[in-house]
Design a protein around this ligand. Sequence first.
Ligand SMILES: Cc1cc2nc3c(=O)[nH]c(=O)nc-3n(C[C@H](O)[C@H](O)[C@H](O)COP(=O)(O)OP(=O)(O)OC[C@H]3O[C@@H](n4cnc5c(N)ncnc54)[C@H](O)[C@@H]3O)c2cc1C
Length: 351
Amino acid sequence: MTTARKRIAIIGGGSSGLTAIKSCVEQGLEPVCFERDGDVGGLWRYKDDADAASVYRSCVFNTSKELTGFSDFPVPADYPPFLSHAFFLRYLRLYAKAFDLMRHIRFNVAVVGVRPAVDYETTGRWTVAYRRRGDDDADCVVETYDGVMLCTGHHWNPHVPTFDGLDMFAGSVLHSHAYRTGKDMMGKRILIIGKRTLLTEAEMTNDVNRKSDAIRGQYVQSQRHTLEAFWIPLMDELAAEVGARPDLWCLFKRDPFLALRCLVGPCVPAQYRLMGPGAWSGAKTTIQDTFRNTMAPLKQRAVPPSDGASQLIVVDKCVDGGVATWRIYYAAILMLLLLVFMYKCACALVA
Ligand SMILES: Cc1cc2nc3c(=O)[nH]c(=O)nc-3n(C[C@H](O)[C@H](O)[C@H](O)COP(=O)(O)OP(=O)(O)OC[C@H]3O[C@@H](n4cnc5c(N)ncnc54)[C@H](O)[C@@H]3O)c2cc1C
């Protein structure tokens, strides 16, 4: 007898929704993704429409492609080190295609309500009400799912602060949610206000006190910063929960150079694919290729074909030279750690 696969409703087809679909499939679940837009990409699918949620036209990631990419799907080497929205959308489409995710998505369908099902207490199921684009309120469809994943993002509704005297301001006021290009602002004097930059003395004191607190004081409490956290501790914590946190000691015994890269090199997402559930055979190469990947788009200038072979060798040498330098660097750190260890042992013996 076969057991019916659990059906999971995923709301949103942005980067979170796509990776949620993939994870559901991997876990033997049946995902149904609802996306109110006509395509994947979420915020990173640029739209001129100021009412839609979209990054602005000149927006480029401020996180490097090495850290931004999914842990088992590195951003292609020839993409720029910091992706524009167009490149990121291209990357998301590659991801969706590589893992055949599109067939799980219902486009132009907006979820309008999620509620515990009537039998929730015994089954844990949820009802999801949705409507297709263009349908009127009466055409709302309700389906029941075993679970719901909310991947709706957190930049869809602008938080519009109020300021005393704002109604007396004669100029135009624009929330960053509606900002697309600076063309209407050419030649004008602009005042950019972040609500939290207008702090009262009490708020500033409070803020300073908060910052001195090791747990809570890392970020300004602002509407924009709800999801910020330290990358490595957060990832380690989440990975530990699912058993994917790399055990560096085990790794060190197996592959000391790789362990050192993980310890002192950039903490790229592929590190969380080295062991545990979801371990991926491409993780080691991805980690090793980090620097090569970063440099690759910077070496795209067409070289005149006059002496093609030797030119190619020069490029190759540069890349390999970089890798060799890193090997020496890691070996030096390894030696240093060994010396410290031996020194500590000697101290312990003398004592
Ligand atoms: C200007 C700007 C710059 C940023 N820069 C970076 C950066 O450099 N690095 C970084 O990591 N992050 C950055 N971010 C954060 C950004 O939120 C994430 O990169 C990413 O877009 C989050 O993906 P998501 O899938 O969670 O949400 P979104 O990309 O917002 O996607 C949510 C999806 O849900 C759909 N949806 C919403 N409600 C419904 C509904 N009721 N029914 C059906 N579908 C629905 C939407 O149509 C959308 O497709 C930036 C954000 C902004 C605004």
